[in-house]
Write a protein of this length. Structure first.
Length: 580
């Protein structure tokens, strides 16, 4: 029996041979490991199985946006510090410090839920195998120390992504849902149920949630386990399975905003189809006349899409993963050449491609924080020891108000993104403007922002106090025709008006333009009224560059000059980090 088989047998791991081999190799050579995949695919199981097999001590951390640097590295016990000062025995090591000192594994579940500052603490530990702790000194890692982290894929818009610097220090193992046979075996092994028909029905139901056109996020095999156990307890018949599904699925699936049916009706539809013996891809039917795969009202593209779309527009040979971006680049032209029932599918593909590009650029989307010192209140965790000592020194006794604590406060800002969509912004430029917009929308999902486009006239796509999903923002942006002149004045006017409605003190305007102003009056009169105005300008004539520099100077901001539109989204991301 080889090592992988031993792990599978000892820790009840079904399949995943390749992934277990890779994890063993990474840990043995001291490489840090990032396991990426959707909820319920066994990320934690693989990590813990390999660590236990190698007999490495494991220190687990669950990612949370409230997690602090001191919780990760360690903190001082206030009573001991008050008695003896900052001595080693007053220091309580955190999981990172313990893993380093004991040559163990720091296992971080959902690393991308941690604040960016906490993530950055890991960098010296990963690079130099050491960290510096104030008043303690250098902590060096013993042989065997590695970090294993899990996270949801970057395609999950509701999650953050790691910074490029942090991702660069990990080896990656990507997991997806296992095949139907392995999922049946997983349910059998983990529940002890020996009713094959019941298990197969439950697995089929769960797998159908992943292809239903009204469901954004389907259920994992954990849902199949719950359905099987509940159904068996309720009698094991068809009615029992239906009841179990209505208990297990609502907390494990997420509907699209535009779903046409409520959750109970969608579950009933899936259960009825599954129990009638329909295949798990029963929501998919071929539309032969158009050559597209149709999922009720949503349509996706088949493998022969290049051949089909080539009938409408010249398409160079490209890899399959580039098809979506090609559609985003040529959206208006393709849309004009297909009938209406295909247009919705084309737009969905373009939106997905644009958001994927944005997610490849973005690091952590957690909000920045500032530390505020205030008087102690019950329930506050972080005590500012130095500030507290200054309060109590020389006193025979001290009160709770003498204890100073550190409180993290979210730094909120409001933004107005103003995008040039005039005739010079057709094709790829408009798609890249969409990526830049997605970068803003995802990075600032908890902040207030507005989106304004301008050509001959300006148009408000999203108001600053309006709540709108990133998909809907990009959807509306794609419908903006890249036509007309360039009325920068009108764009700045509406952007300034939106910032005037903001509920925060810090307000920032960002305009993306080539600086070629061909309509309206002089925009300088509005630029000077911005609290802060930043200009992103792809390289053009020197006269345009000087004009954009002047706008940024009047707006008390800065001009970012980029070589071409490909650099615009990444430059906007850098700007947002600098401003934050």
């Amino acid at each position: 029996m080889d090592e992988v088989q031993e792990i599978q047998r000892a820790f009840k791991v079904v399949g995943r041979r390749s992934e277990l081999e890779k994890a063993l190799a990474a840990i043995r050579v001291g490489r840090h490991l990032l396991i990426e995949g959707p909820v319920g695919v066994g990320k934690t199981i693989i990590a813990s199985a390999v660590c236990n097999y190698l007999k490495r001590p494991v220190y687990r951390v669950d990612g949370d946006e409230r997690y602090t640097e001191s919780k990760l590295t360690g903190w001082f016990d206030p009573p001991i510090v008050l008695q003896k000062g900052y001595v080693k025995e007053a220091f309580i090591p955190g999981p990172l410090t313990m893993a380093m000192e004991n040559g163990g594994v720091l296992f971080i579940n959902e690393l991308n839920r941690m604040p960016e500052g906490v993530q950055n603490v890991l960098l010296p530990a990963m690079d130099e195998l050491r960290i510096e702790i104030p008043k303690i000194g250098t902590i060096k890692a013993e042989p065997g120390f590695v970090i294993i982290a899990t996270q949801n894929p970057r395609e999950f818009v509701a999650t953050s992504s790691l910074s490029e610097a942090l991702r660069d220090r990990f080896e990656l193992i990507s997991l997806d849902y296992q095949n139907e046979g392995e999922e049946v075996e997983i349910v059998r092994v983990n529940t002890g149920i020996d009713n094959d028909d019941l298990i197969k029905h439950c697995v089929r139901i769960v797998r159908m949630t992943r292809s239903h056109p009204d469901i954004r996020r389907g259920a994992s095999v954990r849902a199949a386990m719950s359905i099987a156990m509940l159904a068996l307890q309720l009698g094991g018949d068809r009615d029992a399975i239906s009841k179990a599904c209505h208990m297990a699925l609502p907390t494990r699936i997420e509907l699209l905003e535009e779903a046409k049916k409520p959750m109970p009706d969608i579950i009933n539809e899936i259960v009825n189809l599954a129990l009638e013996g329909m295949p798990s891809d029963s929501f998919v039917m071929k539309n032969i006349s158009q050559g597209f795969i149709k999922k009720k009202d949503a349509i996706t593209i088949p493998e022969n899409f290049i051949e089909i779309i080539s009938k409408f527009i010249k398409l160079p040979d490209r890899e399959d993963e580039e098809i979506g971006w090609f559609i985003a680049e040529q959206y208006h032209e393709i849309k004009a050449k297909v009938d209406k029932n295909i247009q919705a599918a084309i737009k969905k593909i373009a939106i997905k491609a644009i958001i994927r590009r944005a997610l490849e650029i973005i690091g952590s989307t957690r909000q920045s924080y500032k530390l505020k010192r205030e008087i102690y209140r019950f329930g506050t965790e972080e005590i500012d020891l130095e500030g507290t000592f200054e309060q109590i020194i020389g006193k025979r006794a001290y009160q709770s108000e003498d204890i100073i604590v550190e409180k993290r406060e979210k730094q909120r800002k409001s933004y107005a993104l103003i995008v040039d969509t005039s005739l010079s912004m057709t094709g790829e430029k408009l798609a890249l403007a969409g990526v830049a917009t997605a970068v803003l929308a995802i990075k600032l999902k908890n902040d207030d922002y507005s989106l304004i486009t301008f050509e001959s006239n300006a148009k408000l796509i999203k108001g600053i106090n309006e709540r709108k999903d990133v998909e809907d923002v990009i959807d509306d942006l794609l419908e903006v025709p890249a036509t007309g002149y360039t009325n920068m004045e009108d764009g700045l006017r509406i952007g300034l008006h939106e910032l005037g409605k903001a509920r925060t003190k810090d307000r920032v305007g960002v305009i993306i333009t080539d600086g070629n102003c061909t309509s309206g009056y002089n925009p300088e009169k509005f630029a000077i009224k911005f609290p802060k105005l930043y200009v992103i300008m792809p390289e053009g004539s020197e006269s345009n560059a000087e004009f954009c520099k002047k706008l940024a100077r009047l707006g008390k901001g800065k001009m970012y000059r980029v070589k071409n539109f490909n650099a615009v989204p990444r430059t906007l991301y850098r700007l947002l980090r600098e401003v934050a």
